[in-house]
Structure formats: C-alpha cells, structure tokens
Design a binder for this molecule. Sequence first.
Ligand SMILES: CC(C)(COP(=O)(O)OP(=O)(O)OC[C@H]1O[C@@H](n2cnc3c(N)ncnc32)[C@H](O)[C@@H]1OP(=O)(O)O)[C@@H](O)C(=O)NCCC(=O)NCCS
Length: 335
Amino acid sequence: MPGRPPISVVDPADDATLEAWHAVERASILPERPHAVLTSPRHRVEGLRHPTPYLSTTLLVARDGTDAVGIAEVGLPQDDNLHLAQVEVCVLPSHRRRGLGRALYDEAARLAADAGRSTVIGEAHTTEADQGATAFAEALGFTSVHVEDHLVLGLPMPDERRRRLEALAAAAPRAAGVEIVTWGDHCPDELLPGYVRMRSQMNADEPRGELDMARVPVDEARVRAGEALIARSYAGVVAAARRVGDGSLCGYSRMLLEHRSTVAVQDDTLVMPEARGHRLGLALKLATLGVVEREHPGRTSIHTWTAPDNHAMLRTNLALGFVAVEVLHEMQRAL
Ligand SMILES: CC(C)(COP(=O)(O)OP(=O)(O)OC[C@H]1O[C@@H](n2cnc3c(N)ncnc32)[C@H](O)[C@@H]1OP(=O)(O)O)[C@@H](O)C(=O)NCCC(=O)NCCS
C-alpha cells in the first residue's frame, strides 16, 4: 500500500528508539487494557543487549516521518523449541485499520521463517467489551489454542480475610510434613537441585492447551541465568515447602515485582503431586503475600493467570480474593 510507514529493525544500542518503542507499546495497550502488565522496559533492553543462551529477541519499529507509530517483537528460543517464534504487534490507535499491524506481522514472520521457524505464537487479551486483539490475530490466520483468566487481587488484603485464610492454611505444613522457607532473587545453593526439579515439574504440569511448545526440563545453569537477568529489573519473592525429614522440596510459589512499580506478578505456584491435598498451595501463596506486604509495602495489586479448568488453583485464587479482569488467549499459526 503506498504511503505505509517503513519498518526497520531496532538497534539494541539506540536508546532513543528503544524509548520510543516502549512508548508506542504503552500507548497502544494501556487505554484499552487498564489491567495490562507490560514487560519491564529495562528487562527487555537487558535481554536485547545481554541475551542469555536461551532466547534471542529482535524489535521492529514502523515510523510515520520521524514518529514511531507501530512496533513488533520477535522472540526466538535458542536452546529448545527451535521451531517456534513468539511475536507481539502493537499499533497506535491513531494508525489502526490501515494494514500496518498486518505489515508488522508479515515482517516478523519473515524473520521467523528466515530463522527456520515453522510455528508462530502470540498472546491476545480480550474483555467482553473488546475482542480486537483476537479478531486481528484470527484475520492473520491464528487460532486460539489455550485460554487463561487474568486475575487481580487488590492490596492490602483486608484483615478479616487474611485471618480466615491463615486459619485455613495453618495446619497445611504439619499435615504435609514440611516447613516453609523463603528467598528473594537467588535460590540458596543447597536448595537449588530441588528447586530445579520443581521448575521442571512446573513446565511439565502447567496447562497449555494445544500450544505447540515442547515441555523441556530446566537445569541449574538455566535457572541461574534467568535469576541473573530478572534481578536487574525485578525483585523476586519465592516461598518453598521443605520436608522436615530429608530437607527435600515439594512445592513453591514465586512472585516478581518490577522495580519502581506498584504491581506484583505471581507467575508460578506448584505443589508436587505427592504433597497435594493439604492446602499447601494456599500456605505458599500466603507466605509470598506476607513477604510482599512486609518488604514491598507500596504494592497495590497482585496479578496472576490461571486456566479456567485448573480447578485447584482457581479455587485457591478466588479464596484469596482474586477477581477475573480479562482473558488471555495463546494464539498460534503454522508458517
Ligand atoms: C491489534 C492491532 C495490532 C491491529 O493493528 P492494525 O494496524 O489496526 O491492524 P490491520 O489494519 O493490519 O488489521 C488487519 C486485519 O485485522 C482485523 N482487525 C484488526 N483490528 C481489529 C478490530 N479491532 N476488530 C476486528 N478486526 C480487527 C481486520 O480483519 C483487519 O483487516 P481490515 O482492516 O481490512 O478489516 C492494534 O489494534 C493494537 O495495537 N492493539 C493493541 C495490542 C494488541 O492487541 N496486539 C495484538 C495481539 S495479537
């Protein structure tokens, strides 16, 4: 189409363009999705400038004159899932429905195909009032292959609810024969082998619908590389259940708190199969909540994502007071 803004690859050393890229992302997403949790810009830039051996990221920008008006991100796994590309596309409201989103996607798909990828995945969030993101992705040939509810819990938690939940969870550690330990950005060395096993189990167990993503076990190097990258932009809070007898780990819950933000993200919660049925998931979540309220008192909300058919996790989240604010669709298409 004549006059369409040209698209170029962002130079990871170009601070001004990176700032403009993130400004377009915010201005494209936040007006329609006030509950959206965006990746920390600092985290993205660190990942671009100092990539781990596990993910390579390319950013695209479309300019109208000198102004950035559309963006895309292409993430290519480097160690596993070499058939996959993860793509995000955003266009400023002022420049929509003129084919720019499609042009950005086409360019992202070209980069993915050049790298030998055969499947593209991306996230699309909807509410009852707005299904533009899935409509766009479907117009490009994607289908929704997995759905999760995006849930939000306001902080601080009312005292009455906290007391009730603490009473509910109080017997869990003794019933499961564990004590609860916590750490921040860096798992203590002596707990690392058990933590790695649980992170692998999380990868194996997490519901993912028809997402064409291989479930790879993690190893110590990968967990440490992730911790080091994340710690530059987020504070971590992990609570884990350690068996009193042999010191082995059988459950954990993890939160990430972007520096200088009011938001906390609860991303993983796992209770190993043999330790389930004692409300340990609730006890672990309350332990992370306690650390957040004591050590990060400025946080006003916790966000998490749960598959609607993950009944145990959903019941725990609803008991904590989480409410659903939007739906996340994992969209997928073959190249
Ligand atoms: C989704 C988004 C990138 C679309 O950008 P865009 O430049 O308007 O997209 P295009 O003009 O290339 O649209 C391509 C096709 O997608 C479909 N589409 C795009 N937006 C749509 C909407 N809001 N409702 C229904 N269909 C839509 C249409 O079929 C459209 O073709 P048409 O305009 O000829 O009817 C933009 O709305 C945006 O940035 N939204 C916020 C971020 C986001 O949701 N990203 C996508 C996640 S998958």
